[in-house]
Design a binder for this molecule. Structure first.
Ligand code: DON
Length: 335
C-alpha cells in the first residue's frame, strides 16, 4: 500500500537532525496536499460520539527537539487522545517501577491480534502481553501511583499534561459515550482480575483508563508529546525532564514492536519509526534524537489506524530522512 503510494519520493538517509525549517514546511505542506482528497477508511463508531467527526479533518504537525514547531491543516482541532495515551502511561509507570517490572509484569511482545483481543490473554496464561493493547493498557493504568482512583486519575492527567507542555482536559462527552458502550473493556478488566493481574477494582481501572483515553489533544500536542520521547524524556518546549532517557528509550522500543497492533511489522517495514495510533484518528510517529510528527485524520483502516496519517507518515519518513533503518554508503558519502 505505502510503497506504491510513495514510489516517486526519494528515500533520504536518516541523518542527525530534521532538515532546515523551510524544507520541513514545504515537505509537510506537500504531505498534506497529497492525501487531502483521499477518502479511504471509516470513521470509528463503536464509541458513538466519535462518529460525529468530519472525515475531512486533517492536520499534520512536526516538533523538533530544539522546540521548533511546524503545522499544516486542522492542527488546532481538539480530539480525544484514545490509545495514543497508552504510550505515555507506559512511560510514566515505567519511570515509577522500572524496566524489569514492566517486562515481567505486563510484557513487551506483540500479540499479533487486534487491540481489544481477549484471546491474546487466554492464549498466554492471562498475560496482559504489552501496554499498547487494551488488556496491557488497563493493567498498566492500574499501576499509576495514587492512594485512590481519584488520585490515580489526577496523576494520569498531570503526567500526560507534562508531556504536552500544557494542561490537558477531559472531554466529558467522549468519556460518557465510551462508558456506555465499553462492555468489552469491562470484560477484559474482569479477566485481568481473574488472573490476578490487577490489584484494584476492575471497574475502577476501566474508569481511569477511559478517562485517560478521553483527554483532548491537537496534532501539535501529539507532536510535542512525541518530541519529548525523542529528546531523552525532556519536553523541548518547557525544558522539563518528564521521564528519564532510559524510559524514553524503552517506550520507543515498545512502540516500534507494538504501536500499530497487528500491523506493527508492516508499519516498521514501510515507515521505519516508532509510532502509536488512536481510534479517533490521531497518530504520533517519533524520530529519536530528531523530533516527532503528530497527525489527525478520522477515517481508519480495519485495524483502527488513521489512513491519511499513515500515508502522510510514509511520505514524510522518506522525504525528511526519518526512517531509522535508512543509511547511505560511507564510501559514496565521502565522495
Ligand atoms: O479502549 C478503547 O477501545 C478506546 N478507548 C481506545 C482504542 C484505540 O484507540 C485503539 N487504537 N487504534
Amino acid at each position: 500500500m505505502f510503497e506504491a503510494d510513495v514510489q516517486n519520493v526519494t528515500q533520504q538517509a536518516a541523518t542527525g537532525a530534521v532538515p532546515a525549517g523551510n524544507r520541513v514546511r514545504e515537505v509537510i505542506s506537500e504531505a498534506h496536499q497529497r492525501y487531502a482528497e483521499h477518502t479511504d477508511g471509516q470513521v470509528a463508531d463503536y464509541i458513538p460520539i466519535l462518529a460525529h467527526a468530519d472525515p475531512n479533518w486533517y492536520g499534520i504537525s512536526l516538533v523538533d527537539v530544539s522546540g521548533k514547531s511546524f503545522s499544516v491543516g486542522d492542527s488546532q482541532i481538539e480530539f480525544s487522545i484514545q490509545s495514543i495515551s497508552k504510550a505515555f502511561i507506559f512511560a510514566l509507570v515505567c519511570q515509577e517501577l522500572g524496566h524489569e517490572v514492566m517486562h515481567q509484569r505486563i510484557g513487551v511482545n506483540n500479540t499479533g491480534l487486534p487491540f481489544n483481543s481477549v484471546m491474546a490473554m487466554e492464549l498466554n496464561d492471562g498475560s496482559p502481553m504489552n501496554s499498547m493493547v487494551n488488556a496491557g493498557a488497563l493493567a498498566t493504568s492500574a499501576l499509576i501511583p495514587g492512594r485512590t482512583t481519584a488520585e490515580q486519575w489526577e496523576n494520569i492527567r498531570i503526567g500526560l499534561s507534562r508531556f504536552a507542555g500544557r494542561s490537558l482536559e477531559l472531554d466529558g462527552e467522549v468519556y460518557q459515550s465510551e462508558m456506555k458502550t465499553n462492555f468489552r473493556n469491562k470484560a477484559i478488566a474482569r479477566l485481568l482480575e481473574s488472573y490476578a493481574r490487577i490489584d484494584i477494582d476492575p471497574l475502577e481501572v476501566v474508569d481511569i483508563y477511559t478517562r485517560q483515553c478521553s483527554l483532548r489533544v491537537t496534532s501539535t500536542d501529539l507532536a510535542v508529546m512525541g518530541a519529548t520521547l525523542a529528546d531523552g524524556g525532556v519536553n523541548p518546549l518547557t525544558g522539563e525532564q518528564v521521564v528519564g532517557s532510559e524510559v524514553a528509550r524503552d517506550t520507543l522500543a515498545l512502540l516500534a514492536s507494538c504501536g500499530l497492533y497487528e500491523r506493527s511489522g508492516e508499519w516498521l517495514f514501510e515507515i521505519g519509526l516508532p509510532a502509536k495510533s488512536g481510534v479517533s484518528g490521531g497518530m504520533v510517529a517519533i524520530a529519536p534524537g530528531k523530533g516527532a510528527l503528530g497527525l489527525y485524520s478520522p477515517p481508519l483502516d480495519s485495524a483502527g489506524n488513521s489512513v491519511r496519517s499513515q500515508r502522510a507518515c510514509a511520505y514524510l519518513s522518506r522525504a525528511l530522512g526519518l526512517n531509522l533503518f535508512a543509511s547511505s554508503a560511507y564510501q559514496s558519502a565521502k565522495g
